[in-house]
Design a protein. Structure first.
Ligand SMILES: NC(=O)c1ccc[n+]([C@@H]2O[C@H](COP(=O)([O-])OP(=O)(O)OC[C@H]3O[C@@H](n4cnc5c(N)ncnc54)[C@H](OP(=O)(O)O)[C@@H]3O)[C@@H](O)[C@H]2O)c1
Length: 320
């Protein structure tokens, strides 16, 4: 696989769960990768790390000069209690990093011709049953507001004539490469404790994507010149929360999974997991019409095979 054929790609916010997975994928596909991070690398690899602060112009801008593509993943995790200061950082880390990337691209003499921008499928809010596509209206509340601010800043920051692709990404399931395994690690731990059952009503949608398919989408966004604008990055078969946990239990060989009532989650999530209970009490079903129309084939269209892949490679068990 040498689809990237020496292309130089800058990944802003590439030091985390998704960034390390993507960096590895790009390198294996023949790319040369530079990660922009606020700190020294947590894990070394066949890429270079350049320091930035995610908001101020500096020497790091030179890494964009002559690059073939930039991918922007930077953003403080939303997996936390939504105190005012956390909310502020969730917003600023996304908008300011996007803005300063746009400023940098206006300074360098040879800016990347394509910018692939992370966004969130949570922009559709938490409709209980509707299946959202790229044509659906955006939702209301904190997460949709963040998504809109992020994408609006991207639209303002993109260079005239630069190809831009936004990936509104759902819950990514993947392995731990030294920067955590996202929310799947927590769900795996809960499952191991025998608590991986229905949460609240259990009918809330859980849209997901295997990291391998997400990495393939980022690669396609870089190499396929017809790709432009907003796409939903999510497997074509989203499931309910109760179905997700049933499949996870099966993959992990855990026969029981006690349910949690809404009141338990509202008390337990902030107390034991320092997170926002609404992340599990609500959800959404999203499916990409554009990827289907443009002929993208998912390697992992179904959850069972996706989770089995992670378990088979001992990735999931290792991660939790
Ligand atoms: N994981 C998912 O299921 C999922 C789904 C949809 C969207 N996303 C989005 O994808 C992106 C990456 O997710 P992830 O799971 O890899 O998260 P992660 O492991 O927490 O990594 C987040 C990255 O953002 C950078 N970052 C954090 N706070 C920052 C700040 N204040 N200013 C600049 N950079 C900052 C971090 O870089 P340094 O600390 O090295 O500077 C890190 O590389 C995030 O924007 C997230 O919202 C994730």
């Amino acid at each position: 696989m040498a689809e990237l054929n020496g292309k130089r790609i800058v990944i802003a916010g590439g030091s985390g769960f998704l960034g390390l997975s993507l960096a590895e994928h790009f390198v294996e596909a023949g790319g040369q990768v530079t990660i922009l991070s606020r700190s020294q690398p947590k894990r070394s690899g066949r890429w270079e790390t350049v320091t930035w602060d995610g908001r101020t112009p500096g020497n790091w801008m030179e890494s964009l000069n002559g690059a073939d593509a930039v991918v922007n993943l930077a953003g403080r995790t939303v997996n936390c209690i939504k105190t005012p200061d956390h909310q502020d950082e969730i917003l600023r880390s996304r908008v300011e990093s996007t803005r300063v990337l746009g400023e940098a691209m206006r300074v360098v003499s040879s800016p990347p011709p394509v910018w692939v921008q992370m966004s969130t499928a949570h922009i559709y809010g938490d409709p209980p049953t509707a299946v959202c596509s790229e044509e659906s209206i955006e939702g209301i509340g904190f997460a949709p507001m963040i998504g809109r601010a992020w994408e609006s800043e991207f639209a303002r920051s993109q260079l005239p004539g630069q190809r831009g692709v936004i990936l509104r990404t759902s819950f990514v399931i993947g392995r731990d490469r030294g920067a955590g395994s996202g929310a799947l690690g927590t769900l795996g731990l809960i499952t191991k404790l025998g608590l991986g059952g229905r949460v609240g009503k259990g009918t809330q949608g859980l849209s997901w994507i295997h990291e391998y398919d997400l990495n393939r989408l980022f690669t396609r966004a870089i190499t396929e010149h017809s790709m432009s604008g907003i796409y939903i990055a999510s497997a074509p078969n989203p499931v309910s929360q109760v179905e997700f946990m049933r499949t996870l239990r099966k993959s992990m060989g855990m026969p029981i999974g006690f349910p949690a009532f809404e009141w338990m989650v509202r008390i337990g999530a902030p107390l034991f997991f320092r997170t926002d209970p609404e992340l599990v009490l609500y959800g959404r079903y999203v499916v990409s019409k554009r990827l289907a129309n443009e002929g993208f084939t998912f390697t992992f269209p179904r959850l069972e095979a996706a989770l089995e892949d992670l378990c088979r490679k001992k990735m999931l068990r290792h991660a939790i």
